[in-house]
Design a protein around this ligand. Structure first.
Ligand SMILES: [Zn+2]
Length: 419
């Protein structure tokens, strides 16, 4: 499935390709491949558990941004870091983003092992450290070739992406900075050329069922929080959610109770709901809430003794779903830039990325495969290969220049084609 790129976007990219400084920057990205890989190896050995980014990796990334000549560099309270390549105008602002954190805690050793030619293992090396390194290479290329955009390019490292971080880093950036006109969010993926035009919506809850508790024999006849939770699990499990758009549910953890001969006072469940469609996700959300209430009513109706069971719904995750249509300028630019960089662009299946947040806020956003290629993400066997890392950086550089504009060469498409 291809994308028909409009003539004006094609010619904007051709104009960029025809500029000698742009060619110099593209050549630099190829020559810089080995240095980028060395930098990636160093960055990958700096631990960055979600919520602890500020201790090590965020300040290190900030220093690198400064050392390669980014302007107006900053770190916020939670450890988000960024710097700019400023142009002649304050807008548009085009952001390139990768996430600083990894899913690995401090006790996971970070060592890089070569397992085959061009293949390495290290937890977090692909997800998302390779993309942090790519963005620095793009910064160096812009500086080396003396390229000044019309607008501003923001190089961004976002924290709290993974797990219960719940994209808080990107949420803080988007909430606190209305000046974003286009966003490119990178994740390392297992096939080169990937473009993510649909980001997955995820809602997560902790459900806490509470009751009086008591003795299993002496207080028999009181409603039981674990049994209420089980009623909910059975009712949820009987549901058949939509296949198209794909929508899923999962009870991921259960805990509660103290001993086999006690009626528990509490049962906790963690619930994960997902869909590629915001509407389907909201429907499933409403259904799950109704099933929880019904389960509690049934358990309370079943028993006449003791106090009634109550339930609390605690939201622990909220990632909105979103889609970038084929005719969106940002997608058309990125598609054409991929081809010009020698990649075969294709649509990757829906995925949750930092892009969920700006997309939901109405900012033209695209997520994509960056860095080299990699797989077994979130496992200790995570692998990385630097193959295609230069092409991924080249398509990003071209796309960013097209969106931000280059004085005398091309107008900022982020402004003139604003959807
Ligand atoms: Zn990631």
């Amino acid at each position: 499935m291809g994308v028909d790129v409009r003539a004006d976007i094609k010619s904007a990219l051709e104009a960029l390709m025809g500029d000698s400084r742009v060619q110099k920057a593209l050549d630099f990205l190829k020559q810089d491949e080995a240095a980028t890989f060395e930098e990636l190896k160093k960055l990958a050995c700096i631990p960055a558990p979600t919520f602890a980014e500020k201790e090590h990796r965020s300040p290190a990334y900030l220093e690198l941004l400064r050392s390669y000549g980014a302007e107006d560099c900053e770190m916020d309270e939670i450890g988000n870091v960024w710097g700019y390549v400023n142009g002649s105008a304050p807008r548009p602002v085009v952001m390139i983003d990768a996430h600083i954190d990894t899913v690995f805690s401090y006790d996971v050793p970070l060592e890089i092992k070569q397992t085959a030619q061009d293949r390495y293992n290290c937890p977090g090396m692909s997800d998302d450290t390779a993309c942090l390194a790519m963005d620095l290479s793009v910064l160096r290329a812009l500086r080396y070739a003396g390229l000044r955009p019309v607008g501003r390019i923001r190089i961004n490292g976002a924290v709290r992406h993974e797990g219960e971080g719940d994209l808080q880093g990107m949420k803080a950036i988007v909430a606190g900075n209305a000046e974003l006109d286009a966003c490119f969010c990178a994740e390392t993926l297992s096939r080169p050329g990937a473009i993510i035009n649909t980001v997955l919506g995820v809602y997560r809850y902790e459900l806490v069922f509470r009751g009086q508790g008591g003795h299993s024999w002496l207080d028999f006849g009181r409603p039981n929080p674990i049994q209420a939770a089980c009623r909910f699990g059975a009712a949820l499990s009987a549901q058949v959610p939509s296949d198209n758009p794909k929508t899923t549910f999962n009870l991921g953890t259960i805990s509660g109770g103290t001993t086999v001969n006690s009626i528990p006072t509490e049962c906790r469940l963690k619930l994960d709901l997902r869909s590629v469609s915001a509407e389907s996700l909201d429907k499933l959300d409403a259904l799950a809430r109704r099933l929880v209430e019904e389960a509690v009513e049934e358990e309370n109706a079943r028993w006449s003794g003791g106090e009634r069971i109550s339930v609390e719904f605690i939201r622990i995750g909220n990632r909105p779903a979103g889609h970038t249509p084929d005719d969106a300028a940002i997608l058309q630019v990125f598609w054409r830039a991929s081809e010009l960089a020698g990649l075969e662009p294709f649509f990757w299946p829906p995925l949750g990325t930092n892009g969920n947040v700006p997309l939901h806020a109405g900012i033209p956003t695209l997520s994509y495969g960056g860095g080299g290629i990699g797989g077994n993400l979130h496992s200790r066997d995570e692998w990385y290969s630097p193959s295609f890392s230069a092409q991924h950086a080249q398509r990003l550089l071209l796309s960013v220049l097209a969106m931000a504009g280059l004085e005398g060469v091309s107008q900022p498409l982020a402004q003139i084609l604003q959807r």
